[in-house]
Design a protein around this ligand. Structure first.
Ligand SMILES: Cc1cc2nc3c(=O)[nH]c(=O)nc-3n(C[C@H](O)[C@H](O)[C@H](O)COP(=O)(O)O)c2cc1C
Length: 181
């Protein structure tokens, strides 16, 4: 099982996808094992809020979240990559987080190391990306996990805009590898 699980919050082959692949390839070069999942492209039912999982730590739905929860349990570090959408995290990532509720009652995310990477089209000083970051850090607080690193990529609108920020991407990748080694 991989040490790092990269969760991509956008289903298009855009900036989050590109960043996830750069990280994955750089990890492989540094002999750090990683998996990538894109919940938006998987079969994941919406949480109905039935709360059955609070009783036994298991969701009644049979879908891709069964394997995702195995991957989460086995990962030492989870990297969330989200596009900013309306000043918050993507809906795909929120749906994924809601379906992690079976791990709430079992405290399965307690002390899990989390890295949060936020992408958006606006400039960093326009607040918008902070809203996305805050929504992820609030999730982290809610499940008692640990934020070990965070980074922002602003002014990314088109699919490959993030690739124009090579220096910043390189720095973030190096920072993360340093933390993981
Ligand atoms: C519905 C929607 C809402 C968005 N809202 C914001 C926003 O509030 N702030 C921002 O900076 N960018 C916003 N964007 C732009 C995306 O964050 C940006 O295009 C990002 O690079 C998309 O990442 P992706 O290529 O990984 O999908 C929005 C995009 C969409 C589709």
């Amino acid at each position: 099982m991989a040490r790092v699980l990269i969760v991509v919050g956008s289903r298009r082959k855009g900036n989050s996808y590109n960043l996830a692949n750069i990280l994955n390839n750089s990890f492989a070069n540094s002999r750090i094992s990683s998996d990538i999942i894109t919940p938006g492209n998987q079969k994941i039912y919406l949480c109905t809020g039935c709360m059955d999982c609070d009783k036994n730590g298991v969701c009644d739905f049979k879908d891709d979240m069964e394997e995702n929860i195995n991957l989460v349990n086995n990962a030492e570090v989870i990297i969330f990559i989200t596009p900013t959408r309306w000043n918050t995290l993507s809906g795909d990532l929120k749906i994924f987080m809601d379906r992690l509720n079976p791990l709430y009652s079992t405290k399965g995310l307690k002390d899990k190391k989390i890295i949060s990477l936020v992408i958006g089209s606006k400039k960093r000083d326009e607040y918008s990306l902070d809203g996305a970051m805050t929504s992820i850090t609030s999730f982290i607080e809610g499940c008692d996990a640990k934020l070990i690193y965070k980074a922002y990529f602003d002014e990314c609108l088109d699919f490959e805009d993030i690739l124009k920020q090579g220096e910043h991407v390189d720095k973030v990748v190096k920072d993360i590898i340093k933390i993981l080694e």
